[in-house]
Design a protein around this ligand. Structure first.
Ligand SMILES: *[C@@H]1O[C@H](CO)[C@@H](O)[C@H](O)[C@H]1NC(C)=O
Length: 226
């Protein structure tokens, strides 16, 4: 019964994505201005195309919240970010302050709970300097991704719940027919349960030049020969 309900939720979400898929304009290739000021994970662009970019990340590490069940990505991200902000301000085992980085990720997956709620994990990119020994903190855990391939689409402005569905659908649509499309469907090594990830590069106090991204992680086995 629970499994059926979950499938039904997923079906409606997916149908919604397909129907609304083709509307928005593709954007890729914008360097987030905040990455000139604060540390961002390095990546290589493997392919830039009409509406998507394929990036290779070399083993980024993240400090992540426990899953947050909510109907709103925006609200869940705010709640998660507050925990992570406390963490970098020194609310951690070593009372250590950690430099701000970008992006903040929100990993989205279907929730086990009732009512078609969604499960969100919010993450902070751990600076290279702290990756050897990131201080622990209650309620947070480290994610080590290993080599990661992501299909990426960019959009601007403040992230809204509605945009996220639309931009994700557009990213799927742009990948259709490409050699990457099958790799999305296979479970990615980094995180088998995440459906898609939203990356945000700006603080809530910046109003211009805001850069956000949808990431779909790809199965890397074929590409890296793993
Ligand atoms: C998000 O949070 C705001 C402020 O707490 C609230 O008014 C709003 O209803 C929430 N949105 C959703 C979709 O839950």
């Amino acid at each position: 019964m629970a499994a059926n309900a979950l499938n039904l939720c997923s079906f409606f979400i997916f149908a919604f994505l397909i129907i609304n898929g083709a509307k928005t304009k593709p954007t890729v290739g914008i360097f987030p201005p905040s990455c000139n000021r604060i540390e961002c994970p390095k990546f290589e662009v493997i392919e830039a195309n009409n509406g998507y970019e394929i990036r290779s990340y070399d083993s980024p590490m993240w400090m992540s919240t426990a899953p947050i069940d909510d109907i709103s990505l925006v609200n869940a991200t705010r709640a998660g970010f507050l925990q992570l902000f406390d963490y970098i301000q020194g609310k951690n085992k070593y009372h250590q302050k950690i430099e701000m980085t970008a992006p903040v990720l929100t990993q989205v997956s279907p929730s086990d709970g009732p009512f078609c709620a969604t499960s969100f994990v919010v993450s902070f990119y751990i600076p290279k300097e702290n990756q050897g020994n990131p201080p622990a903190a209650q309620g947070l855990h480290v994610q080590k991704w290993g080599k990661t391939l992501a299909a990426v689409r960019q959009f601007s402005g403040f992230v809204k719940d509605y945009d996220v569905a639309e931009e994700t659908a557009a990213l799927y649509a742009s990948l259709e027919g490409s050699k990457w499309f099958d790799a999305i469907r296979k479970a990615p090594t980094a995180d088998p349960t995440t459906t898609y990830t939203v990356a945000q590069y700006n603080s809530p106090f910046e109003f211009d030049n805001r850069v956000n991204e949808i990431w779909l992680l790809l199965d890397v086995k074929d590409y890296f020969g793993m």
